[in-house]
Design a protein around this ligand. Structure first.
Ligand code: DGY
Length: 319
């Protein structure tokens, strides 16, 4: 069995993959280009890929009819053309669960950083700007009693809500479907329409997957519906937010600030956002802990091993 891995993975995952077949790993310290990806996958029975690899029908055809499984080392799988792979009988897997806490931690970190001006304060000191304590100095917004609006109350949205509850925040949420009553009551979470959530929340945190329906969910109109004092946090996928519209809204002071871990055209970032003190940015670090990234790679490797052994995948995603 030939297993193609598009980017280096932790050794623990390599051990599992080597037991399942002959492994080829890209030696590049960058994403493969579309041409390189099609070339690399030739003859593969399994492909372990990253969120920056676009895996579509052309990639599956380049691999050949023996391709059995594409294991995405991510929970999101918007980079995979699901109908094209289903048509070719290829199993697609992802890595849910193992990155829930790490991603919620980072989302809450961005929330604290932007509401308490942590990045701005750090930059002030590093620029050696003279300063002194006074009662009006660099005031941020407190969280206690404020409302967190969660868009998408899945596993990560719920983990974010738990953190916010510990900080005394009230939780409202919107999403495709209503959460189970026990989830709502554990989080004291109130279900609102998307528009009501935008109008109500002091912080809006995005946890929905990227789909055709959620692309540019946060556009000029949505930003216009938010409170002028509200903050936006995005740790899901960049294209859920219209980044140019966000920069416009921030410049016009339509919202108070943003904490962003993901970007519309990663690795590029809308340059105006980088100039703003009320924007905190991190380079797609949601799942970036040693423990979590190891678990993600291991889960992907286990999915490959299970499918190649003829067993069902551990985490199959369906179109
Ligand atoms: C995912 O798994 O989808 C994350 O974006 C990776 O950090």
């Amino acid at each position: 069995m030939r297993i193609v891995v598009t980017r280096r993975v932790p050794e623990a995952a390599m051990v599992v993959l080597r037991e399942a077949g002959e492994v080829w790993v890209s030696g590049e310290d960058r994403p493969l280009s579309p041409d390189e990806l099609r070339e690399a996958v030739r003859g593969a029975d399994a492909v372990v890929c990253m969120l920056h690899d676009r895996v579509d029908g052309a990639v599956a055809d380049a691999a050949g009819p023996q391709l059995k499984v594409v294991a995405n080392v991510a929970v999101g799988y918007d980079n995979i053309d699901m109908p094209a792979l289903a048509e070719r009988g290829v199993t697609v897997t992802n890595t849910p669960g193992v990155l829930t806490d790490a991603t919620a931690d980072l989302a809450f970190g961005l929330l604290l950083a932007v509401t308490r001006r942590i990045g701005e304060g750090e930059r002030l000191l590093r620029s050696r700007t003279p300063w002194s304590f006074h009662l009006g100095f660099m005031l941020g917004s407190g969280l206690q009693g404020k409302t967190l609006g969660i868009v998408g109350l899945g596993q990560i949205g719920q983990a974010m809500a738990h953190r916010a509850r510990a900080f005394g925040m009230r939780i409202v949420y919107s999403g495709r479907s209503r959460a189970k009553p026990e989830v709502e009551s554990a989080l004291h979470a109130e279900h609102l329409s998307f528009l009501e959530l935008l109008r109500t929340a002091d912080v809006v945190s995005l946890h929905c997957p990227l789909t055709p329906e959620t692309r540019h969910l946060i556009d000029a109109e949505a930003l216009g519906a938010m409170k002028h004092s509200a903050f936006l946090i995005n740790t899901t996928r960049g294209p859920v937010v219209d980044e140019a519209a966000l920069a416009d809204a921030l410049l016009r002071r339509e919202i108070a600030g943003a904490g962003l871990d993901v970007f519309e055209k990663e690795p590029e970032v809308e340059p105006r956002l980088l100039e703003m003190d009320n924007v905190v940015v991190t380079p797609h670090l949601g799942s970036a802990t040693v423990e979590t990234r190891t678990e993600m790679a291991l889960l992907a490797a286990r999915n490959v091993a299970a499918v190649l052994a003829g067993d069902g995948a551990v985490n199959e995603v369906r179109p």
